[in-house]
Design a binder for this molecule. Structure first.
Ligand code: ADP
Length: 314
């Protein structure tokens, strides 16, 4: 089976317990939960049985150990996660507003995650990789951008493929080269997985159809538009395939897009038809929102298939 690699931030997430809770005053918190968009993605891909590994860095602390142990338990290759003494693992504090939007306090660039590099272990992992997945949030510093771009070049040079999820988190995207890096990654991507308005960051078109047509004409193999509870729509040059979301009670949306993307890309790599890849991806996205914590809703393939067999679509 083809091996998937991602590179980027590894964090713990600590969550305000109550909706509308402010971080301007003390309040009850939940966590730490293992997190970081590329870590969630690689964890979900591994849980589905796809060979998958992550390039990143944690501190020599319990937050780092929590992440490495969770990824290992899910079956991921953790050989290229560096452990740095004297640096703390990255953190994300999140609170949910009454309008369902999220507010984050991140410490990524100045945490161990900021020390990400293409060291010997990362080079070895890339030597065995067939596909690279890039999260826009992983382009958080010039150093992180260099790692992502070199992973793309290494894998493309041997005929591999690339997927890209913009995963825009404005709180962390201050690297001077970020905008150029986003465009560079898109230009090399085979699969593009935007959600909501992210599609329009890369096109001057005003409507979805024109934007999709414009981006496909630039060379993408396919575009998968994530549409929250409604599911997702796949586009390629032959047309579109829509797939309804599964009906679940959402308790925490963080991680849904990462789990969805991991499932879609894993099944695309296996040669599944778009409708099949979308069904598994919608199921993984739906399961992700049923648990508090971004990786707590990751399930193995058998459990995902059992959910599909009994689940109702919207
Ligand atoms: P992102 O997390 O990247 O913003 P979405 O919110 O669109 O992306 O979620 C990704 C996918 O997760 C959706 O396409 C859908 O399959 C699933 N999903 C998200 N929210 C729900 C929900 N409330 N109910 C069912 N499925 C959901």
């Amino acid at each position: 089976m083809r091996k998937l690699v991602s590179a980027g931030e590894i964090l713990v997430e600590i969550m305000a317990e109550r909706i509308g809770q402010s971080f301007l005053e003390p309040g009850p918190l939940l966590g730490p939960y293992p997190s970081g968009a590329p870590a969630i993605f690689i964890g979900q891909a591994a849980a589905l049985g796809q060979p998958a590994g992550l390039i990143g860095a944690v501190g020599d602390d319990d937050f780092g150990r929590l992440n490495i142990e969770r990824l290992r338990a899910l079956g991921a290759d953790v050989s290229a996660i560096a452990v740095h003494k004297g640096h703390a693992t990255g953190t994300a504090f999140v609170t949910y507003r009454a309008d369902a939007s999220r507010h984050f306090v991140f410490n990524i660039r100045n945490s161990a995650s900021g020390l990400i590099e293409t060291d010997g272990a990362a080079t070895n992992l890339l030597a065995s990789a067939d596909h690279v997945h890039v999260m826009g949030s992983s382009l958080f510093s010039d150093r992180a951008i260099a790692v992502a771009l070199s992973a793309i070049e290494t894998v493309k040079a041997k005929g591999g493929t690339v997927s890209f999820d913009p995963n825009i988190r404005r709180e962390i995207m201050q690297a001077s080269g970020m905008r150029a890096a986003l465009d560079h990654v898109l230009a090399r991507a085979d699969i593009f997985l935007p959600s909501g308005e992210e599609l329009f960051l890369f096109s001057s078109a005003k409507d979805e159809k024109s934007a999709v047509d414009e981006l496909l004409a630039r060379g993408l193999s396919c575009i998968v538009l994530k549409k929250g509870a409604a599911g997702a729509v796949y586009h390629d040059r032959n047309g579109a395939v829509a797939s309804s979301g599964f009906a679940v009670d959402e308790v925490d949306p963080t991680g849904a897009g990462d789990c969805f993307g991991a499932a879609f890309v894993s099944f695309w790599l296996r040669g599944a038809a778009p409708a099949e890849a979308l069904r598994i991806a919608n199921a993984c996205g739906a399961l992700a929102v049923t648990r508090k914590g971004p990786m707590e809703g990751i399930f193995p393939l058998e459990a995902v298939e059992a959910f599909i067999a009994t689940g109702n679509t919207q």
